[in-house]
Design a protein around this ligand. Sequence first.
Ligand code: ATP
Length: 447
Amino acid sequence: MSKEESGAVTLEQIVSLCKRRGLIFPGSEIYGGLAGTFDYGPLGLALKKNIENLWWRMFVDMRDDMYGIDAAILMNPKAWEASGHVSGFSDPLIECSNCKNRFRADHLEDSNVCPSCGKTGTLGAPRQFNMMFATKAGASEDDSATVYLRPETAGGMFVNFKNIVDSFHPKLPFGMAQIGKAFRNEIAPREFLFRVRELEQMEIEYFVSEQDWEAAFEAWRSGMHAYAKALGLPTDQLHELNVEAEDLAHYSKRTIDFEFDYPFGRRELWGLAYRTDFDLGAHQSGSGQKLEYLNEETGEKFLPHVIESSFGVGRTLLAVLASAYREDELGGEKRVYLALDPKVAPIKAMVSPLLKNKPELVEKAKDIRTELQKVHPAIAWDDNGNIGKRYRRQDEIGTPFCITIDFDTLGETPELKDTVTLRHRDTGDQERVSIAEAAGRIRQAIS
Ligand code: ATP
């Protein structure tokens, strides 16, 4: 059944493909796993890196107003006191007195019935549960040594705001960007990469003068749509949810949740928020350091306001996989393939000699692979099993092109010398092209 016929891909299909083909595994699996953690295998890692690199290239490398950083995961705990995370980064926790399972109160459909054991009236009153992971720095066991694993990457940018201003003297508006791990002790990790305890974020703090916030907000809003497009996410599965005034965090004047239609429903993919000067103000009071920006032309000193765009890497990767997953029939056989945008596909092309026991074919194919690797290093080699099987293996991991070298490539039919068979993933169509043309197709697809 095709994706269209079946309605939609299920999460189970994605999880199973990820495990079977070495993209993503449950964390610590041989020990029975650890809830809310996942390990990336070679292909998942390549996909993740491509998603991150595309983001970095678009929002940092291609711009003159962005400063990338890579801050420490462990920060002085005073930073998390100032930001409000120590007192307020919590979710409402509810426990069932019968089965002892714990839930997020705001995720329950009926607060009277336990979703696990089904008993009525066993759920207690909600209490606030802080989601930061705490650990100890150094050999001391007392409270003064408590440090937190950062619950978001944003904090690392605010504490380095002064460093960037002092070392680069940027003019407003400018932004800071970071990709890195964050940790949240989620009450109920679930839905594969969607809600995990060890996550990765790509975040931008964009600093503006107060009067410019609306224009900057709109610019980032379209920037986020442009990134979604570059990833190949279908526009009809991406939705903006304008957070209503009464639901906004106290410091935010406007927030948009970018939601995606996942196999398990419409959920938050990314966030965009105007956070006023709350963060710099909080860290200025917390640290006792002046974090003001000096406008050299007017001599005016003030705290810049900030537009924050926040992207979860795992949620992005899951959206990419869910929207690319296809099942169809090709040549009378069922197949699974990932219609990934070539820019994010882990492997850009697979090169293969028609027969692996003909040294002249193998040698020529190896030369062609080396040639194509000048376009992109992620050109795979496969000479196992028959050609049909090799194609199917690549389809399943989203490789956009397969290139086969046969006796005509060697010149058996003189006019076909140095031509190859180029096969297209989505249609299975094949064409005869020169080696240079095959290289050109790959280059064009990934640029
Ligand atoms: P939710 O309401 O779903 O818990 P949130 O509003 O707390 O998410 P933010 O604090 O805005 O999320 O975090 C920014 C981004 O980080 C989110 O848009 C999401 O992409 C990602 N993210 C947050 N928490 C998790 C998690 N537990 N697992 C995976 N990604 C996450």
